[in-house]
Design a protein around this ligand. Structure first.
Ligand SMILES: Cc1cc2nc3c(=O)[nH]c(=O)nc-3n(C[C@H](O)[C@H](O)[C@H](O)COP(=O)(O)OP(=O)(O)OC[C@H]3O[C@@H](n4cnc5c(N)ncnc54)[C@H](O)[C@@H]3O)c2cc1C
Length: 312
C-alpha cells in the first residue's frame, strides 16, 4: 500500500513527486509521458529560472529532476483507467492491467485537446486535419491552411506555420481574438495571415485529403468556403478525468473542483492540482506550485498538523 499515488508526469506531477520524495512519503508516480502539454512547444520562455527551453527539453529536465530523488517509484508509459474505493484507501487499475493500492491520490492528469465536432472533423484527422502545428507544420509546406481557434494555442500554431504555409486563415468564432496581445500584434503584422472573426466552422470537406473548410459568417449567417490543404484545430482542451468517474465533484467543464487553499477535492483522500482542476489560470509554473501546495497539505494531514486558520 503506497501512502500516495501521483497520477501524471507534467509540471504538476513532477513538482509533486520531488516534494513527496523529500518529505519521505511512500510515493508512486504513474504517467503516460513526461513533460505534459507543452511538450509540443518549440519555445517556452516563461519557465522561471530558464530563459528559453523547448517542450522536449523541459520534459527532459522534469524527468531528470524526478529521477534524481531516491524516495520515489516511477511508472512511465501507462495510464490509470479506473479508481476503486477501498477501506482506508483506493485501488488504481492501469491500461496495461497493473493494479496499485494507495491511501491517497494526487490527480495531476492535466488536459487534452478538444476535437472539432463537425462533419469531416473526424474523417480527415491525420489527412489534413491536425492537432499539433509544431509537429506537423513542415508537412504543409507551400499549402494554404486554416487555424481554427483564436486563443493562445491558435496564435502559437499560426506562428509555427509561418515558415511553411503559403497562406494562413486564422478563424475565430468571437468578435476579437483571445490570446496574448503581444502575440496578436505579431500575427497582425504578417501579410500571410488573414484573420476571420465571427466565424463558426461548419464542415471540412475533401476526398483523400482535405480540400476545403466551410464556415458560417455569424454576422450575416452566410455559409462561406475556403479552399485549402490543411486545418489546424486549436479550440481548447478538456480535462483528463475519465478514470475518476463521479468520485469527486466537477464543474460544468468537468474540471475537478478543489479547495484552493489545500488542493483537496470533495472526496477525502483525493487531492488535485494543475490544469485538471477548476483553477482559473493554467500555466506550467502555477501548476507546479499548486501541486507543491497539495503535497504539503498531504504531509500536514499525515503528520496531524492543522495550519488552517478559520476564514473571516
Ligand atoms: C501548445 C501549448 C503551449 C503552451 N505553452 C506554455 C508556456 O509557454 N508557458 C506556460 O506556462 N504554459 C504553457 N502552456 C500551458 C501548460 O502546458 C499547462 O498549463 C501545463 O502543462 C499544465 O501542467 P499539468 O501538469 O497540470 O498537466 P499536463 O501538462 O497536461 O500533464 C498531465 C500529465 O498527465 C499524464 N496523464 C494524463 N492522463 C493520465 C492518466 N489517466 N494516467 C496517467 N497519466 C496521465 C499526461 O501524460 C501528462 O504527463 C502551453 C500549453 C499548450 C497546449
Amino acid at each position: 500500500m503506497y501512502e500516495l499515488v501521483i497520477v501524471g508526469g507534467g509540471p504538476a506531477g513532477v513538482a509533486a513527486g520531488v516534494y513527496a520524495a523529500r518529505k519521505k512519503i511512500k510515493t508512486l508516480l504513474i504517467t503516460d509521458t513526461f513533460g505534459g502539454q507543452s511538450l509540443v512547444s518549440n519555445d517556452i520562455e516563461n519557465w522561471i529560472g530558464t530563459k528559453a527551453a523547448s517542450g522536449y527539453d523541459l520534459a527532459k529536465m522534469l524527468e531528470e529532476h524526478l529521477r534524481a530523488q531516491e524516495e520515489i517509484e516511477i511508472v512511465n508509459g501507462d495510464l490509470i483507467e479506473k479508481v476503486e474505493k477501498l477501506d482506508g484507501g483506493f485501488r488504481l487499475k492501469t491500461q496495461s492491467g497493473k493494479e496499485f493500492e494507495t491511501e491517497r491520490i494526487l490527480v495531476t492528469s492535466g488536459s487534452r485537446r478538444r476535437h472539432l465536432d463537425v462533419p469531416g472533423g473526424k474523417e480527415f484527422d491525420g489527412r489534413g486535419v491536425s492537432y499539433c502545428a509544431t509537429c506537423d507544420a513542415p508537412v504543409f509546406k507551400d499549402k494554404v491552411v486554416a487555424v481554427v481557434g483564436g486563443g493562445n494555442s491558435g496564435l502559437e500554431a499560426t506562428i509555427d506555420l509561418l515558415p511553411y504555409a503559403s497562406k494562413i486563415y486564422l478563424i475565430h468564432r468571437r468578435e476579437t481574438l483571445k490570446g496574448d496581445p503581444v502575440t496578436q500584434e505579431k500575427i497582425k503584422r504578417e501579410p500571410k495571415v488573414e484573420i476571420i472573426l465571427n466565424a463558426e466552422t461548419k464542415e471540412i470537406t475533401g476526398s483523400e485529403f482535405v480540400t476545403a473548410l466551410k464556415y458560417a459568417d455569424k454576422t450575416t449567417g452566410e455559409i462561406k468556403e475556403l479552399k485549402l490543404g490543411g486545418v489546424f484545430v486549436e479550440i481548447g482542451s478538456e480535462p483528463n478525468v475519465d478514470f475518476l468517474d463521479d468520485l469527486v465533484k466537477f464543474n460544468v467543464y468537468r474540471e475537478v473542483v478543489i479547495d484552493h487553499r489545500t488542493q483537496k477535492t470533495s472526496y477525502p483522500g483525493i487531492w488535485a492540482a494543475g490544469d485538471v482542476t477548476d483553477v482559473l489560470y493554467k500555466q506550467n509554473n502555477s501548476s507546479a506550485g499548486d501541486a507543491i501546495k497539495a503535497v504539503l497539505n498531504i504531509h500536514d494531514e499525515m503528520t496531524g498538523q492543522d495550519r488552517l486558520a478559520p476564514r473571516l
